[in-house]
Design a protein around this ligand. Structure first.
Ligand code: MD3
Ligand code: FE
Length: 199
């Protein structure tokens, strides 16, 4: 595994997962899930997204970018929930406050192809990722697309921290494991990724 990759299985216990889910429900009622599209082809993602924090990641015909407002409503993104901020400062003690939290919602059929996260201005801070709901088959490789990959499962309450070399690792979600979500209805999965966008 690349240096800088950390997995913390069950970092959030069931009670904390329920509180976090309530906080995320409030986020998506203020900032509804939208359907991102591939800039080249206009093809929709199978994952629906929203954001909280000063900046949010969006994808449409004009490209991939961070912006301070929701692409459909035009409203500023709601603040990052306290439980997520606390986890960030606990696990990334050197980093300043997170600037963006992407909310990814996976239905049972959703997937996310192998990609690198490089729309940020700097890669100094780690990315912190929290999984809630159904288990996902997660794939992570090296810093080139042809490097070998390994597969691991991310369950509800698990946290992954991607710092150092792992920050630029190729990664994706191969599939959702049906019948594994006690927390979210209909085999749904929510992934929350906290990031710095600029220095
Ligand atoms: C490795 N999310 O939001 S989480 C993403 O489950 C993203 O929704 C996936 O890929 C999801 O960009 C994977 C684990 C993860 C998140 C961010 C990373 C792994 C990462 C950034 C760099 C390297
Ligand atoms: Fe990613």
């Amino acid at each position: 595994m690349l240096p800088g990759f950390r997995i913390l299985p069950g970092y959030f216990d069931r009670a904390a997962q329920e509180r976090l889910l309530d906080e995320i429900r409030a986020v998506v009622s203020a900032a509804p899930l939208f359907l991102p599209r591939m800039p080249g082809t206009g093809k929709p993602f199978s994952v629906r997204m929203s954001n909280c924090g000063p900046l949010g990641w969006v994808a449409d015909a004009d490209g991939y970018r961070y912006q301070p407002t929701h692409p459909v409503t035009g409203a500023p993104w709601p603040p990052i929930p306290g439980l997520l901020r606390d986890a960030w400062h606990d696990l990334c003690p050197q980093a300043p406050d997170p600037q963006a939290c992407l909310v990814n919602y996976y239905s049972a059929e959703a997937r996310l192809g192998l990609h690198q996260d490089r729309d940020e201005e700097t890669f100094d801070a780690p990315v912190l990722s929290v999984s809630l709901g159904a288990t996902a088959v997660f794939r992570i490789g090296g810093t080139t697309r042809r490097a070998p990959t390994r597969s691991l499962r991310l369950g509800s309450g698990d946290v992954v921290v991607l710092g150092g070399e792992a920050r630029l690792a190729f990664h994706g979600i191969d599939r959702i494991v049906k019948g594994t979500s006690e927390l979210v209805t209909d085999d749904g999965r929510i992934n929350l990724t906290l990031r710095r966008v600029g220095p």
